[in-house]
Write a protein that binds this ligand. Structure first.
Ligand SMILES: [Mg+2]
Length: 367
């Protein structure tokens, strides 16, 4: 039950259409596949999505930090010694998605070793989540058509709309078009990716007061400390901290500082171990959470649903689990399927997915 080897394999799979949002855009899933081998020959997998505009990591930096620093520190550690794993990785600051993927691949190989699913190991609350779909920047009619297609094809009725453009009327118009076209029965919420000032955000929320938005995520930068606090006082829409709350300490600061009222948990940046700490921290403070998406592929999405379904609080809301629908292909032997607006946890031990060796050979960048 010891870690024998850790691989970090860069790969690239194009998107059918780019996803655009206030802090950047994504054309290709240029991710890193992490494989953790145990000394009895089992392999756990996870994927790390580099997001330089959010965390400063690149595909090359993730491969380098894992190969040069983490792997040598972790060889020989037991799969059960997660505290040791994190104590050693935490000697290096930053690198959240690299650390998260190593953590999740260790949980995967542990589950395979014990013949138990990660969802059961983590909490075993349920076996599925409702799915929320993210709609990126585009002309209003294109955003509406995408939401309608996703609703009609996959039964999804919860939509997160990317906002944060200037002037704010661009986004107010898009949200209004979506509400008008989709009717009152779908849930709509917004994510600004730090695109607005507090006054712009307050004005936009006032202009959308009749649209029944359920959440407003990261409308302004984390450094707008007093501005964000003021914004919370201006709106009745719950405000979600996402990229401003990526560690337990940041979660505490955002919540106790009054700059946010809910927290987005992303397994891509806090793995299973630290996500569970943040979840329990929120639970203890009486704060709701949403399972966010780091523009994950199918492997990352399988990790998100494995974690989200494991816990009562994370499975209460729809999780953001559908970005992989826009990828041209994926690495898994069996594709994930969203139907009836839900995504089920994959049966089987660990995370429950297997990487197709032919697909990996085709998309990997290091050979
Ligand atoms: Mg976000």
């Amino acid at each position: 039950m010891k870690i024998a080897r850790i691989e970090a394999i860069p790969f690239a799979i194009p998107y059918t259409k780019p996803l655009r949002f206030a802090s950047g855009e994504v054309h290709t899933a240029d991710h890193v596949l992490i494989r953790v081998h145990s000394d009895d020959g089992r392999i756990g997998v996870a994927e790390a999505p580099p997001r330089p505009y959010t965390y400063g990591e690149t595909q090359e930096s993730i491969v380098a930090v894992i190969e040069k620093i983490f792997a040598p520190e972790l060889i020989g550690v037991s799969l059960l010694e997660r505290e040791v794993v994190h104590a050693r990785m935490d000697r290096t600051i930053g690198n959240p998605t690299a650390k998260a993927a190593v953590d999740m691949a260790i949980w995967d190989v542990l589950g395979r070793t014990l013949d138990v699913s990660v969802t059961q190991l983590l909490g075993g609350f349920t076996d599925r989540m409702r799915v929320s779909h993210m709609v990126g920047f585009a002309p209003d009619d294109v955003m509406v058509a995408e939401a309608q297609r996703v609703r009609d094809t996959h039964g999804i009725t919860v939509f997160k709309v990317k906002v944060g453009r200037r002037p704010v009327d661009l986004d107010v118009g898009a949200c209004r078009a979506l509400r008008t076209a989709l009717g009152p029965d779908v849930e709509l919420y917004v994510d600004g990716n730090r695109g607005w000032t507090p006054s712009e955000a307050a004005r936009a929320l006032r202009a959308m007061d009749d649209l029944d938005l359920t959440l407003a995520e990261e409308l302004c930068p984390a450094d707008d400390v007093l501005g964000r606090r003021w914004l919370v006082s201006q709106t009745t829409v719950p405000t979600v901290a996402d990229e401003s709350a990526t560690t337990p300490g940041e979660v505490t600061r955002e919540l106790l500082g009054g700059s946010a009222t809910m927290i987005s948990i992303k397994t891509a940046r806090t793995g299973f171990s630290t996500s569970q700490r943040i979840l329990h921290q929120c639970e203890g403070m009486g704060v709701e959470v949403v399972m966010g998406n780091q523009i994950d592929g199918q492997l990352g999405t399988a990790c998100s649903v494995a974690f989200g379904a494991a816990h009562r609080l994370t499975s209460r809301r729809a999780g953001e689990l559908s970005n992989f629908l826009d990828m041209r292909d994926d690495l898994l032997t069996e594709p994930l399927e969203i139907s009836g607006g839900e995504l089920a946890v994959r049966p089987g031990p660990g995370i429950g997915v297997d990487v197709d060796p032919d697909k990996l050979a085709h998309y990997r960048l290091d050979q």
